[in-house]
Design a protein around this ligand. Structure first.
Ligand code: GDP
Length: 364
């Protein structure tokens, strides 16, 4: 599964959030085969209302959601890029993840220590950004040195050098690579470096309980500061999420959430957003034995999607029977959709759409 890593300064509520993640992972582990969990990795189900709808229509023996991994990357501090506080280790951990969940403290509490003085969400974000940018600058400069030598004899490498120089200038201005405009070809050159600030990001504004539905002046300031990043800001209260995740009895949980006027745990929102941030989509298989969600990447064709179930499905792919989610719901079953002419036969070039209900035909 793809991974999103939780980062942020100390005492902003990262562990509290990760506890919520890991409790949900544990709760799910008893129901599904695939949920194992390492100390700092939680494998969590991606909540999807469509699975529930399909379940009521098909009434299968088993429901299997899709999953992502959330990784706790604790310990990032000012100076990490210079090796401060095991900085290099944590930065290396960030390199391994596919997307970043950046937790920002937007609550006041004088009992909870802050190295950086008064609550300052924008400043906190900049500290972390700066560390990641400095680390990237390091990587880019090293690569530049190497490539500049080669460029003397190879004109193709000259182009790469130009791209790297643009990256360098951008980072030196205190900007992240994800905000640098690059063509598709240029992006491929940059992708080889696995730069930290190239990874997609979303922000969690960890607010206190009275602001959990509305946000507060801190989360507003954060929103304002990131509005040019096209990044999502999720307002939530991590302590309450951790409490919800600790409740085993569903009735207790519902009562508790009702008290706080919550329709669902904010964690569910966060996981769905992380899934989108990772560029992931879902298709379904819907049989009486199992209704199941499967993950595929934006832009994948039918055979590649079939390969998610089994490599043989991809190798022996013949065709796919496809029903759009809305049609399946409207006609209430595969047979209903077929009778209404809504079951399509698609071939190797078909670009699978989010929500498609798929049935693959293949040679063994
Ligand atoms: P980390 O260092 O970022 O992992 O931070 P922790 O999750 O360990 O949280 C630091 C402290 O802040 C703990 O005592 C938490 O209970 C507390 N905390 C976390 N979230 C909130 C919150 O939303 N409001 C308040 N008042 N305290 C919180």
């Amino acid at each position: 599964a793809l991974q999103a890593g939780i980062v942020g300064l100390p005492n902003v509520g990262k562990s509290t959030l990760f506890n919520a993640v890991s409790n949900s992972a544990k709760a799910q582990a008893s129901n599904y085969r695939f949920c194992t969990i390492e100390p700092n990795v939680g494998l969590v189900n991606v909540p999807d209302e469509r699975l529930n709808v399909l379940t009521t229509l098909v009434v299968p023996e088993r429901i299997v959601p899709t999953q992502i991994e959330i990784v706790d990357i604790a310990g990032l501090v000012r100076g990490a890029s210079k090796g401060e506080g095991l900085g290099n280790k944590f930065l290396a951990n960030i390199r391994e993840v596919d997307a970043i969940i950046h937790v920002i403290r937007c609550f006041e509490d004088e009992n909870i220590l802050r190295d950086e003085g008064a609550i300052n969400p924008v400043g906190d974000k900049e500290i972390i950004d700066t560390e990641l940018q400095l680390k990237d600058l390091d990587s880019v400069e090293k690569q530049l040195q190497k490539k500049e030598k080669q460029a003397k004899t190879d004109s193709k490498i000259k182009v790469e050098v130009e791209i790297l120089q643009r990256c360098k200038a951008h980072l030196e201005q205190g900007k992240s690579i994800r905000s640098l405009e690059l063509s598709k070809e240029d992006k491929a050159v940059v992708a080889d470096l696995f730069l930290l600030t190239d990874k997609p990001v979303l922000y969690v504004a960890n607010v206190d309980e009275p602001s959990m539905h509305t946000g507060n002046k801190f989360s507003e300031a954060l929103k304002e500061a990131v509005k040019n990043e096209a990044a999502e800001v999720i307002i939530m209260n991590n302590s309450i999420e951790a409490q919800i995740s600790e409740m085993e009895d569903p009735d207790d949980k519902a009562l508790f959430m009702d008290e706080y006027k919550m329709k669902e745990p904010a964690l569910d929102r966060l996981i769905r957003s992380a899934y989108q941030l990772l560029g992931l989509n879902t298709y379904f298989t819907a049989g009486v034995q199992e209704v199941r969600a499967w993950t595929f990447h934006n832009g994948w064709k039918a055979p590649q999607c079939a390969g998610v179930i089994h490599t043989d499905f991809e190798k022996g792919f013949i065709k796919a029977e496809v029903i759009a989610y809305n049609d399946f719901v409207k006609y209430k079953s595969e047979a209903g959709a077929r009778d209404a002419g809504k079951l399509r036969i698609e071939g190797k070039e078909y670009l699978v759409k989010d929500g498609d209900i798929m049935h693959f035909r293949f040679n063994v």
